[in-house]
Design a protein around this ligand. Structure first.
Ligand SMILES: [Zn+2]
Length: 383
């Protein structure tokens, strides 16, 4: 049976009438579970409903109270958002979900949880010019790996969660993607990929030990970026993005991510799912990851295009994530059709996002689409 989850930020549900919202999501919209981001990047959110404050701003961090014992092995101590002060948001939400038989999936940003890279520059990603990221921790760093292990243990053992979802699972200097980054030439998929490549000490050591010539890789990245920024480089086609970095470097990144994902899945006391990117600078590394080491893989999609490709990945369970942009930019009939089609393609779970960003009108086709999708998934396949 296909399960439908709705993504919801803790502040959008706990600062409101939690019981009424959950009753409605379950009874009227028909969702079986909630995906709740609890280790969150810095966020500025224009809320879809006319609530106070209309713009929610956070520097990010943890939106739950961590049990300190799980973080003894890391120097990268997670910061708790001031919003949490005086309350136990995840415990409250877990109790309310359990009372209704709703599944709970905490979502963790593996590399971009707010303030951590800024506060621990020695654990942050570093670009080819040796500049640390303000946003991204490097997943090759041992303290960062110990932090993730602590988060997964904590979240999978304390709240009765059925699954933990790991997002932003990438080795990327993600400052390359900032919309306020000023660059000499118009950013392209290639320049973002090259500028995003991590050459921090942890990456360098581990890759060099695997026989990668990191000095040559870094030099190649620098030279190509200089050529792009000087305006003399011919653009690289998006289809061949993988060829912009050395194949052995990308294969090594994919192996590192696979090993880490396998270790996190082994640590987790419940299902562990990871979000896979098919576009942006993480896509080439994700193309080589063995997702079967986790309980499942969640692939974001923006519409009908690429839907079949998104599900065409070896994994123990294949799920899709449909964001509010995919929903609000389509006609209601198209949203219903899209949700219905996911089920016919063999998708076993659907994450629709995000409650706080979805206008009320958008919930109507979601409700209908979920009903059709679950009905289609329950029917035997027709030849
Ligand atoms: Zn690194």
């Amino acid at each position: 049976m296909m399960k439908a989850f709705l993504a919801v930020y803790p502040w959008d549900i706990l600062d409101a009438d939690t019981a009424a919202i959950l009753d409605r999501l379950q009874g009227e919209i028909g969702v079986q579970g909630l995906c709740v981001p609890v280790a969150v990047p810095a966020t500025t959110q224009i809320r879809a409903r006319d609530v106070e404050p209309r713009v929610f701003r956070t520097r990010g961090g943890l939106f739950f109270k961590p049990a300190e014992a799980h973080y003894a092995a890391t120097r990268c101590k997670p910061g708790v958002s001031s919003w949490v002060r005086g309350r136990h948001p995840l415990a409250t939400l877990a109790r309310a979900a359990a009372e209704r038989g709703l599944e709970l999936r905490p979502v963790v940003s593996a590399s971009r949880t707010g303030r951590l890279a800024h506060e621990h520059p020695s654990m942050a990603c570093k670009n080819a010019f040796g500049i640390e990221s303000c946003l991204s921790l490097c997943l090759c760093n041992p303290d960062v790996r110990a932090l993730l292990s602590g988060l997964v243990t904590d979240l999978s053992s304390t709240y009765g969660a059925q699954g933990v979802v790991v997002d932003d699972f990438m080795l990327t200097w993600s400052d390359a993607l900032r919309t306020d980054l000023l660059t000499p030439a118009m950013p392209t998929a290639e320049s973002e990929l090259l500028l995003g490549a991590c050459f921090c000490e942890s990456c360098w050591q581990r890759a060099a030990a695997s026989g990668i010539d990191m000095a040559a890789a870094r030099q190649g990245v620098r030279e190509r970026l200089e050529a792009i920024w000087n305006g003399g480089a011919e653009g690289c086609s998006c289809d061949a993005l993988e060829s912009c970095l050395p194949a052995d470097f990308l294969a090594w990144q994919a192996r590192e991510l696979t090993t880490l994902l396998g270790a996190l899945a082994a640590t987790s006391r419940c299902e562990l799912l990871a979000v896979r990117r098919t576009d942006g600078p993480a896509a080439p590394q994700h193309a080589g990851v063995d997702w079967t080491v986790a309980s499942g893989v969640v692939t974001p999609v923006t519409g009908h295009e690429g839907l079949a490709t998104a599900l065409n990945v070896p994994a123990r369970r294949r799920e899709l994530r449909l964001t509010q942009h995919a929903i609000t930019s389509s006609a209601p009939e198209a949203v219903v059709g899209l949700l219905h089609r996911t089920a016919t393609l063999g998708c076993s779970g659907l994450e629709v996002g995000n409650y706080g960003l979805l206008p009320e009108a958008a919930l109507v086709p979601i409700k209908q689409g979920i009903r059709f999708a679950r009905r289609a998934a329950a029917e035997p396949a027709t030849p």
